[in-house]
Design a protein around this ligand. Structure first.
Ligand SMILES: C[S@@+](CC[C@H](N)C(=O)[O-])C[C@H]1O[C@@H](n2cnc3c(N)ncnc32)[C@H](O)[C@@H]1O
Length: 321
């Protein structure tokens, strides 16, 4: 049986994902390798629309519907026996991983801004990063914030201006193409399904559940729509007397180059403070190479000025001199 060019490209994509995910999730790495060698599964994926074939989305859909597959044989069996539900899930859902520990990087940046703060987060997913003042932190063992059920631990390097107390947040406004609702069991299950199995899985799920419980007590205002189209609507909700802070973390890669540039230009022109935590170079001027060599990292920036390198799932902040 010949392999179509589409399936061949997908096989390469899954092989690449296998290499990239090996440290964080040896199991997903092994599944991706198995998928890359399975013509029927590749055929199923090739029939999906272009933006719906990514390993993160496909593996999350499998996990959401029936748990993490034990091996490539189970992936094959589930694709052949449960194709309709799998396709529906992939088509109706998106990669919306929401990691509250990213607040460990955001907190020092927010502390540099005069409050009280009105947070406007674009690409907010379920809004778990809108609550930096509700979580408990330990920066190098020093507690910050209210003692609660979610402790976020963080290692720092350099003169990180860790605040003695979290900033006052008076408005939490999120904007997302498809906001998730932590009080909806299906949405919460989807957020849990997006967590990869592996060495840090248990702590990430625990964080997710604890953050979701905090958010459910005082849900944010979440607007549905594109971040460029609805930014004005979100900003219109900022109460007077509060400092508007437009914020995003792990969002801009989802935009094509033109939309990303248009968004950056738009935010720069607004009378707001702007906090970004994105991959290196995603925000113009944040792409300088980093000598630390600790793997993939985000760059935390304030009003476009790089402040720190941070771990993508939180827990480490290296301040730039
Ligand atoms: C990887 S998640 C990150 C969620 C959250 N910011 C965090 O760091 O935990 C990316 C989010 O951006 C949203 N998103 C992607 N493109 C968007 C757009 N054009 N407008 C609004 N939201 C978008 C997705 O729906 C998703 O919820």
């Amino acid at each position: 049986m010949s392999v179509s060019p589409g399936s061949e490209r997908l096989a390469e994509q899954y092989e690449a994902f296998s290499a990239e995910s090996a440290a964080e999730s040896p199991h997903y790495s092994a599944l991706a390798t198995a998928i890359a060698g399975d013509r029927e599964v590749l055929g199923f994926l090739a029939d999906l629309p272009e933006g719906k074939r990514h390993p993160t989305l496909f593996l999350a859909a499998l996990r959401f519907l029936g748990g993490v597959p034990a091996d490539g044989v189970e992936v094959h069996e589930r694709v052949t026996s449960d194709a309709d539900r799998l396709r529906d899930t992939v088509l109706s859902r998106a990669t919306q991983t929401n990691e509250p520990a990213r607040c460990t990087g955001l907190l020092p940046a927010l502390a540099e801004i005069d409050g009280p703060l009105a947070r406007v987060e674009v690409g907010a997913s379920a809004g778990l990063c809108l609550y930096p003042d509700r979580y408990s932190y330990e920066y190098d063992g020093h507690p910050v914030g209210p003692a609660g059920r979610l402790w976020l631990r963080c290692t720092t390097n350099g003169p990180v201006p860790v605040p003695a107390t979290p900033p006052e947040v008076v408005a939490r406004i999120g904007l997302d193409l498809d906001p998730l609702d932590v009080t909806d069991p299906d949405d919460l299950d989807w957020l849990r399904a997006l967590v990869w199995p592996g060495p840090v899985e248990a702590e990430r799920l625990q964080r997710l559940d604890a953050a979701a419980a905090i958010v459910a007590q005082e849900p944010p205002t979440l607007l549905a729509g594109d971040l460029l189209d609805r930014l004005d609507d979100a900003l219109a909700l900022v109460p007077s007397g509060a400092t508007p802070v437009v914020l995003h973390t792990a969002v801009l890669p989802y935009l094509d180059d033109d939309r990303r540039a248009a968004f950056v230009d738009r935010v720069r022109a607004l009378p707001v403070r702007w906090v970004a935590q994105e991959g290196a170079g995603i925000v113009p001027g944040t792409g300088q190479s980093y000598p630390g060599g600790w793997g993939p990292y985000f760059v935390l920036s304030l009003d476009g000025r790089p402040l720190a390198h941070t771990a993508p799932h939180g827990g480490r902040v290296d301040w730039l001199s």
